[in-house]
Design a protein around this ligand. Structure first.
Ligand SMILES: *Cc1c(COP(=O)(O)O)cnc(C)c1O
Length: 419
């Protein structure tokens, strides 16, 4: 009998008690707390084992079956497995599974498709965009000319008329769609029409909704997108890293060269194995059931908060993510998140569209059903989570209420154990 993953890793970590204490502390934190941060999930034993495997010892560069170093037959098999599964899952012709992260996937695509100083049109971080789409603090913000679109003030949704005007004015080479705090379905066909009008590529970064795309529960970026990027550890519930997908063979050498040697060196083969593992799981029927539950649970959580008087940005969600506006409580997102953490509820502060407050103390809180759904929570559990959040966010210094919630959270976690 193979050891359960925590025992296996704990056994290896015995050699380093200081490190073991920290890793085991994290295991206990994950077991005994409710993870509501949208960029996280709870991976399977197979993903854990793949990432902790001997593949970490192997160095390869370049494409499978065309490596610079020898001894790569199993490395080639691992990477090919990940590529073939990615193509099947997302119904596309080409995949690069090497990006060390979602940011590297985006940076590699930009490097491959653009020249220094070329214009990009992407969503403002303040409206829910991601920093790797041209934020001034990143390489992409330094190397390209960035124009941003936001959301409509009334609907809090992407406004294609405004986006078209911005595209006409900025003449981007790439239009980027998909963010980290935009909870609604995106009209990819509408965006492609605008991209065609101005001669731009459409890049869809589906990090937060890739699992829903894979299971037909969110609009598919293909055939509208020229290129799709994603992380593999959020909605795909797998290895830490990123991935690039596309259909036009004419883009292949530029995208592949943009990733390697463009923005990174040798392959993190253990992570690629973890990607193969999660993509294999995503191809199985129960991944569809999981994603249906992700959606139902996020909507139940949003509704529970709305019923307790908190405003949900766009009044709901089309994915596993909801953004709550705490303005009516007078409590800011940072204060609420700190109080919730004391109760064992991990969330993150977040700007809301047109937030009058600064990023360090914004009006919003971002919540996700991804990880809770993995551990088996359904609608009743997410309604309880909504109740805890509403009560604590209103009274973040009521230590008695927080301690009471902490005990209830712990009991719920023990009823839905992980690892
Ligand atoms: C999380 C995320 C990324 C970046 O992923 P890293 O792995 O942290 O580099 C990129 N794009 C979007 C939309 C994301 O949500």
């Amino acid at each position: 009998m193979p050891l359960p993953p925590h025992d296996y890793f704990a056994a290896g970590l015995d050699a380093d008690p200081e490190l073991a204490a920290a890793v085991n502390g994290e295991l206990a934190r994950q077991r005994d707390g409710i993870e509501l941060i949208a960029s996280e999930n709870i991976v399977s034993a197979c993903v854990l084992a793949a990432q902790g495997s001997v593949l970490t010892n192997k160095t390869v560069e370049g494409a499978a079956y065309a490596r610079y170093y020898g001894g790569a037959e199993f490395a080639d098999a691992v990477e090919t497995l990940a590529i073939e599964r990615a193509k099947k899952l997302f119904n596309c012709r080409f995949a690069n599974v090497q990006p060390h992260s979602g940011s590297n996937a985006n940076a590699g695509v930009f490097l491959g498709l653009l020249k220094l100083g070329d214009p990009i049109l992407s969503m403002n971080v303040a409206a829910g965009g991601h920093i790797s789409h041209g934020h001034p603090a990143t390489l992409t913000g330094r190397d390209y000319r960035i124009a941003h679109y936001g959301v409509n003030r009334e609907s809090e949704r992407i406004d294609l008329d405004e986006l078209r005007d911005l595209a006409q004015a900025s003449r981007p080479r790439v239009i980027v769609a998909g963010g980290s705090a935009y909870p609604r379905a995106i009209d990819f066909a509408g965006l492609r029409a605008i991209a065609d009008e101005v001669g731009a590529y459409l890049l869809v970064d589906m990090a937060h909704f890739a699992g829903l795309v894979a299971t037909g529960l969110y609009p598919h970026p293909f055939p509208h997108a020229h290129v799709v990027t994603t992380t593999t550890y959020k909605s795909l519930r797998g290895a830490r890293g990123g991935m690039v997908l596309w259909n036009d063979e004419a883009l292949s050498s530029r995208i592949n060269a943009g990733i390697f040697p463009g923005v990174q060196g040798s392959v993190m083969l253990h992570a690629v194995a973890g990607k193969a593992a999660c993509l294999g799981e995503a191809l199985r029927p129960d991944f569809r059931a999981y994603n249906e539950a992700v959606l139902a649970n996020a909507r139940a959580l949003a509704a529970a908060l709305a019923n307790r008087g908190l405003r949900i940005v766009t009044s709901g969600t089309d994915m596993g993510l909801a953004l709550v506006d705490l303005a009516s409580t007078g409590v800011t997102g940072d204060v609420a998140a700190r109080a919730l953490e004391k109760a064992g509820l991990a969330t993150n502060k977040n700007m809301i569209p047109f937030d009058p407050r600064p990023p360090e103390a914004p009006s919003g809180l971002r919540l996700s059903s991804n990880a809770g759904t993995t551990r088996g929570f359904g609608v009743p559990e997410f309604e309880r989570i909504g109740d805890w959040i509403a009560r604590i966010a209103r009274n973040p210094s009521d230590m008695q209420a927080i301690q009471q919630a902490r005990q209830e959270v712990l009991a719920l976690c023990r009823a839905f154990p992980i690892y």
